[in-house]
Design a protein around this ligand. Structure first.
Ligand SMILES: [Zn+2]
Ligand SMILES: [Zn+2]
Ligand SMILES: [Zn+2]
Length: 184
């Protein structure tokens, strides 16, 4: 059995007030700068249940770090910093791919394939995407369950902006049902 979570909550509450103070006083500029000039100020010593994040420089309990099967057993960046780093990394990678020649070629290929598979459907989806971007169409919650993660469903692709909003599950349900009706 690994250690129970109860020990980590004690560490969290103990450091919560401390973390809040530093959060409020530190501006984003100071936070990003701290990793650069950390050599000028002495890093706080790691004590038993509080560790310094290699990015924001804050002392945080062990529970604020992801486990890592190397070195001291957990990552040097706290979870908050790790999340930000991963987010910016994947966004950068996605943008780089989207603007690269290979990325553009793959997009064109995919669009061509989708268009050839069903021109009306492709054009209807393009129209919805464009209308959403230009605020001529607004996403609504799922008409069955109210979920906010919805997709546009077309009863008729000839009326591209005449859509019903359904969550992924109810959208799939609807298509399964209409397929059955078609075949019977
Ligand atoms: Zn951090
Ligand atoms: Zn739903
Ligand atoms: Zn649909």
């Amino acid at each position: 059995m690994t250690s129970r979570r109860s020990s980590t909550t004690a560490g969290l509450t103990r450091s919560a007030s401390h973390a809040q103070e530093t959060d409020d006083s530190a501006s984003p500029a100071e936070v990003s700068g701290s990793s650069l000039n950390h050599s000028t100020k002495m890093p706080p010593r790691d004590d038993e249940d509080s560790f310094r994040c290699g990015k924001c420089g804050e002392m945080k309990p062990r529970s604020c770090f992801h486990s890592w099967n190397r070195g001291r057993g957990f990552q040097s960046y706290c979870k908050d910093c790790d999340r930000l780093r991963n987010k910016s990394r994947s966004e950068t990678a996605r943008r780089a791919w989207a603007t690269s020649e290979a990325g553009k070629a793959s997009q064109r290929k995919w669009q061509r394939k989708a268009y050839l598979a069903s021109p009306k459907k492709f054009l209807a989806h393009s129209a919805v995407r464009y209308a959403l971007e230009t605020d001529r169409l607004v996403k609504s919650p799922c008409e069955i369950c109210g979920s906010r993660q919805t997709e546009a469903h077309h009863d008729n692709y000839s009326r591209p902006l005449d859509v019903r909003w359904l969550c992924r599950r109810h959208h799939a349900d609807l298509h399964t049902r209409s397929r059955k009706e078609d075949t019977t």
